[in-house]
Write a protein that binds this ligand. Structure first.
Ligand code: PLP
Length: 346
């Protein structure tokens, strides 16, 4: 598979530095610590699990961070809660709007219900009906809008502003990034001597938040991002040096689908400056990782959630002696589909 090492020195000349983002609205470690206090009572402080099998395979020490056990089945409730809780109270009651390929919509709906706030979720036509039903079951209104994530965003933003509701972007939002960064804070507290973190990347909100948190506390730590080869929007954008659009193919890591937005404000620059390396994994590798994770944990992990483990396996031989934290980001997959993927040969 393709592997693009992004050593900071190699790219320094062409990149805008993270600290130089004009009107820098990106969160810092203190913002992430504040987010942790704000959302603490609404989320699960998810467990970490040492993995002897994966440790042996990479000749290092692997610890899994199980956000698959988070409320709503993914880490996205963290960013959603922090985003709603940072809206001034008088504005909050008008409600929140988003566009999402699934897990963010579900998370925002759950967070809005917790906080007694109306919620509208726009889904692109490609999102399976079961996802829409799950979001409706949480009390949110659902509209189907646009062929892609980016189109759904374009459709929903004006609706939000006309109704005075707050639009909560799934990843390109400082409060969302700060919320997702709380995963990194927990990992730093839970895993001693962590030196490498592997994170699945779609829009890059999770990777951005985690990178700001862990590198803020321990600057020498390496963050490695893992994109799906079926929709390598961030990978290709980093390679191109600017946000670009890629075509999207169906994938078992469907929650890694969607673009990063041609007018990306935050996550592209944050990933570009704080993530050391980006990897691509294909469906075959993701499926293998799902099997490994089941063998190791007996847990159902969705494709997107297994992508970081697939990246880890791709790097075996290159992480000798490292203490690696692997973010297992979600568990939202139809169990029958999952069982079929796990049990059929290769
Ligand atoms: C959204 C999501 C990701 C990717 O997060 P981004 O912030 O978009 O990069 C990874 N895994 C799961 C399970 C997700 O739902």
């Amino acid at each position: 598979m393709l592997c693009l090492p992004l050593s900071p020195t190699e790219h320094d000349a062409s990149r805008m530095s993270y600290s130089a983002i004009v009107d820098n609205p990106a969160p810092n470690v203190e913002d992430i610590q504040a987010a942790a206090r704000r959302i603490g009572s609404h989320i699960v402080k998810t467990p970490v699990l040492a993995s002897p099998r994966l440790s042996a395979q990479i000749k290092g020490s692997v610890v899994l961070k199980l956000e698959s056990s988070q409320r709503t089945g993914s880490f996205k409730i963290r960013g959603a809660l922090n985003a709603i809780l940072t809206i001034p109270t008088h504005h909050r009651e008008r409600g929140v709007v988003t566009a999402s390929t699934g897990n963010h919509g579900r998370a925002l709906a759950a967070a809005a219900r917790d906080l007694g706030v109306p919620c509208l979720v726009g889904l692109s036509v490609s999102v399976p009906a079961s996802r829409a039903d799950a979001i409706r079951a949480l009390g949110a209104n659902v509209v189907i809008a646009g062929d892609s994530q980016d189109e759904a965003v374009d459709h929903l933003r004006p609706i939000a502003s006309s109704k005075g509701m707050a639009f909560i972007h799934p990843f390109d939002d400082a409060a969302v990034i700060a919320g997702q960064g709380t995963v990194g804070l927990e990992m730093m507290a839970q895993i001693a001597e962590l030196d490498t973190v592997l994170v699945p990347v779609s829009g890059g909100g999770l990777a951005s938040g985690i990178a700001i948190a862990v590198k803020g506390l321990s600057p020498g730590l390496d963050v490695i991002g893992v994109s799906s080869a079926a929709c390598p929007a961030m990978f290709a954008s980093i390679k191109a040096g600017r946000p670009i659009q890629v075509s999207e193919e169906p994938s078992i890591a469907d929650n890694l689908g969607g673009g990063i937005g041609l007018h990306n404000r935050l996550t592209f620059l944050i990933v570009q400056s704080l993530v050391q390396q980006m990897l691509l994994v294909d469906d075959q590798e993701v499926r293998q990782a799902m099997r490994e994770l089941f063998a190791q944990t007996r847990l159902l992990v969705e494709g997107a959630g297994a992508a970081s483990t697939a990246g880890l396996l791709q790097l075996s031989g290159k992480l000798d002696g490292r203490r690696v934290g692997v973010v297992v980001s979600g568990a939202n997959m139809d169990p029958l589909t999952w069982a079929t993927l796990i049990s059929s040969p290769s």
